[in-house]
Design a protein around this ligand. Structure first.
Ligand code: SF4
Length: 214
């Protein structure tokens, strides 16, 4: 059984897949506590649902793109089986993970969107660095959520140290909602000379930051 907060269909709000129709499977629970977390509602509760039932609900939404997210989806051992099942059925599968748990057991057909936690998150020390070595340039994306200038300086250093521009399909630079001046960030990013992608969370601009299940 999986502990599931919600399953819904919407548009993808982030990453290079932004704007595409997508079914989201949001699993409950996360071992991290990022100070700006926007999905604290996943920390507790959730419904225990079999993988078979999750698959049934996913099929009903009829999207070719499925994102497994959380909370931290990989904190549940059965999530790896769910990802495999989704891949077996031919879905294009995105796995959004906070970067604390190893991605080594994620089905190779799935695309990983890996967070690197910056200092202002309060969880920088829990980054599992070997995950960066597993990034694949034809599939995976790596994301830095920036809450202040120090986070951007940290992100630049990590991007260069791990040559992330070459290792990932995209390096995503995402402002923490309401924490950083977007115009300033839109200056920092091109000034850096890095081949990265500043992204805004589309769903929050459409429905507002507090709305769930959209
Ligand atoms: S890893 Fe994600 S879900 Fe967990 S605390 Fe951080 S932002 Fe929230």
């Amino acid at each position: 059984m999986l502990r599931v907060t919600e399953i819904f269909r919407s548009i993808q709000g982030e990453s290079t897949h932004a704007g595409r129709p997508c079914t989201f499977v949001r699993l409950s629970g996360c071992p991290m506590r990022c100070v700006w977390c926007d999905s604290e509602y996943t920390f507790t509760g959730g419904e225990h649902i079999s993988i078979e039932e999750v698959m049934k609900q996913v099929r009903a939404f009829a999207c070719t793109l499925v994102e497994v997210t959380g909370g931290e989806p990989l904190a549940q051992e059965e999530a790896f089986i769910l990802i495999e099942r989704l891949c077996d059925e031919g879905y294009e599968v995105l796995v959004e993970t906070g970067g604390y748990i190893s991605t080594a057991k994620v089905d190779q057909r799935a695309k990983v969107i890996l967070d690197v936690k910056c200092p202002a998150s309060g969880e920088e020390l829990r980054n599992h660095w070997p995950n960066l070595d597993r990034l694949r340039p034809d599939k995976d994306e790596v994301k830095f959520v920036i809450a202040e200038r120090g986070d951007w300086d940290f992100a630049r250093e990590i991007i260069e140290r791990y040559t992330l521009e070459r290792r990932a399909t995209a390096v995503l630079i995402s402002p923490a909602w309401g924490k950083v001046d977007l115009k300033e960030m839109a200056h920092w990013v091109p000034s850096s000379g890095l081949n990265v992608r500043m992204q805004l969370q589309l769903h929050k601009y459409i429905w507002g930051p507090e709305t769930r299940g959209v």
